[in-house]
Design a protein around this ligand. Structure first.
Ligand SMILES: [Zn+2]
Length: 75
């Protein structure tokens, strides 16, 4: 983990992703919106829990992994 992340805090950038789900109500279309945050320094990624508003660690997707590797190489 980055030194700055340890002594200060993570440099979060937030994003949202809509996931379509099948619903037995209405026209059968519904979605859940997940909020993600990704640290621009150490690439820690978390997703917000829907029920408690707490945060849980989650995996980076392929694009984010590539970005992290490039950043570590200094590109
Ligand atoms: Zn961080």
């Amino acid at each position: 983990m980055s030194f700055l992340c340890k002594i200060i805090k993570h440099n979060w950038s937030y994003s949202e992703r809509k996931i379509n789900i099948h619903s037995p109500l209405g026209d059968g279309q519904a979605h859940i919106t997940f909020t993600y945050r990704l640290c621009n320094r150490c690439y820690k990624k978390q997703v917000q829990l829907l029920d408690t508003a707490g945060w849980q660690n989650t995996e980076l997707n392929a694009d984010e992994l590539r970005e992290m590797k490039l950043k570590k190489l200094g590109l």
